[in-house]
Design a protein around this ligand. Structure first.
Ligand SMILES: [Fe+2]
Ligand SMILES: [Fe+2]
Length: 143
């Protein structure tokens, strides 16, 4: 296997681990969020988890197509019951994810995989929407 394909597969496996972590984090957040915030945030977190499931599934398929082995171990989540803390952790995770995908777009370009590049750019759009929603929730002066 070419070295740059191997590096790309390793990177996509790192992305997959973080998508699985995001799914776990959102399921946890939806389960424990309490108080009045629960009325809106429970559904919000579950909807975000649906996007991350699509991302994880695509990455696992793509890794296999490239000849790699999809890693399905997630990283540990950060348990946080305080609403503001929960949103801050989630915001940081989205920011980090956008930066990983930005690097991965470059790697996809380097191996001329336009399909992967296009998908990753779509993912960056999804994660940017998640990030912006989180920033707007955090703008609530009552938090
Ligand atoms: Fe995602
Ligand atoms: Fe996200």
């Amino acid at each position: 296997m070419e070295r740059n394909i191997k590096e790309l597969i390793d990177g996509l496996n790192e992305d997959l681990a973080y998508e699985l972590t995001a799914i776990h984090q959102y399921i946890y957040n939806a389960a424990v969020v309490s108080g009045l915030a629960r009325l809106t945030l429970k559904d919000f977190f579950m909807n975000e988890a649906q996007d991350e499931i699509k991302h994880a599934q695509y990455l696992a398929e793509k890794i296999a197509s490239l000849g790699g082995e999809p890693v399905v171990d997630a990283k540990p989540i950060t348990p946080q019951r305080d609403v503001k803390g929960m949103l801050q952790i989630t915001l940081q995770a989205e920011v980090d994810t956008i930066s990983r995908y930005t690097k991965r777009v470059e790697q996809a370009e380097n191996v001329n995989d336009i399909e992967l590049k296009t998908q990753l750019e779509d993912f960056i759009a999804d994660e940017t929407k998640h990030k912006e929603e989180m920033e707007r929730l955090l703008a609530d002066p009552r938090l």
